[in-house]
Design a protein around this ligand. Structure first.
Ligand code: COA
Length: 322
């Protein structure tokens, strides 16, 4: 009997405060038209001062659990992807486990920047396929607004806050077909966020803000995501036409369009949320997936390709039958 990981629930949470491009252009030298034309972003959400990655994760997770119709105690494994954890430790996974009142499960974080949710999905799929877990909760939760330098126009226009959740259950019905994850640490300097307190003695002092060479990141992202599409299709001996939906990481509309073009896919089959959310890092793919499931675009039986790219560099994909 083949055992699959099947999606049984999804959830998402966006903070209520909206920050528009026009508002940002009051504080740094930019404009709504520059930001929209170069990125596709018009506004993003900003977490309230009392919100954290764990508090937002809890809201998204509870929605996924409710959709799955399960008791939280049935969850064997909680994986949280975040680059903005509440604390260095305990992990946000442990904090979420406690918030959900789950006594008997394993919980931990994965740190793969914007690819974190795909890495989490890949880990979850291995646990389910081997029989080590039957129900796994994966959450991407990010408060990017707290690691952005709001005086740096090259980064502050891009990011937003939010949380997305996915609940997987073991099933004999087809679910995740394959996952593919990769890392390349030699690109550290193109995109990084320092940890000032843990910096080595003599290391130049840097604030804990996102540093990015955007143009270079852009080029690597487009090439890499093109390759992961080929890798995923080849691994499943599928043609491009087999894919019903592309759910990409929401970093830049031009990167998304390039991947859609590679798949010869019209933008109507691509789930795009970044216009009003910006780049929510590890939350973005799960937020987009949740939106398209809940509004009825993604239907049971359809083939969905999820993909992401982030600091590290890290990148990955998951192909699933919903
Ligand atoms: N408003 C106005 N001008 C801006 C600006 C802003 N917010 N940010 C940068 N500029 C300026 C630059 O200073 C530069 O000016 P110059 O030519 O006088 O030096 C000019 O715009 C072009 O900058 P460049 O970086 O080449 O623009 P770009 O077309 O590459 O767009 C990004 C910049 C960041 C939107 C784009 O590179 C990008 O999206 N990269 C990928 C980022 C990403 O996905 N990161 C997360 C990965 S998970």
């Amino acid at each position: 009997m083949t055992r699959y990981s099947r999606v049984i629930g999804t959830g998402g949470y966006l903070p209520s405060e909206i920050l528009t491009n026009d508002q940002i252009s009051e504080t740094v030298d930019t404009s709504d038209s520059w930001i929209f034309e170069r990125t596709g972003i018009k506004s993003r959400r900003i977490a309230a001062p009392d919100e954290t990655a764990a508090s937002m994760a809890e809201i998204a997770a509870r929605q996924a659990i409710a959709m799955g119709g399960i008791d939280p105690e049935e969850i064997d494994l909680v994986i949280v992807a975040t680059g903005t954890p509440d604390r260095v430790y305990p992990s946000t996974g442990c904090l979420l486990q406690h918030r959900l009142g789950i006594k008997h499960c394993v919980a931990f974080d994965v740190q793969a920047a914007c690819s974190g949710a795909i890495f989490g999905l890949s880990i979850a799929d291995q646990y389910i396929k081997t029989g080590a877990a039957r129900k796994v909760l994966i959450v991407g939760s990010e408060i990017c607004s707290r690691i952005v330098d709001w005086t740096d126009r090259t980064t502050c226009v891009l990011f937003g806050d939010g949380a997305g959740a996915l609940l997987l259950g073991a099933s004999e019905e087809t679910g995740i077909l394959s996952t593919h994850i990769h890392s390349a640490g030699e690109y550290e300097e193109l995109l990084y966020c320092p940890n000032p307190q843990a910096a080595a003695n003599g290391h130049k002092h840097e604030m804990g803000f996102i540093n990015m060479r955007g143009n270079e990141v852009f080029k690597v992202a487009v090439n890499t995501l093109g390759r992961i599409v080929d890798e995923t299709l080849e691994a499943n001996a599928l043609d491009k036409e087999a894919i019903d939906w592309l759910v990409p990481h929401q970093a830049n509309i031009r990167i998304i369009q390039a991947t859609a073009k590679k798949l010869k896919m019209p933008m109507e089959q691509v789930v795009v949320t970044l216009e009003n959310q910006g780049n929510t890092s590890s939350a973005s793919v799960l937020l987009a997936f949740n939106e398209a499931v809940r509004d009825g675009r993604i239907q049971r039986g359809q083939i969905v390709l999820l993909e992401a790219f982030g600091a590290g560099f890290t990148w990955g994909s998951a192909l699933l039958k919903y």
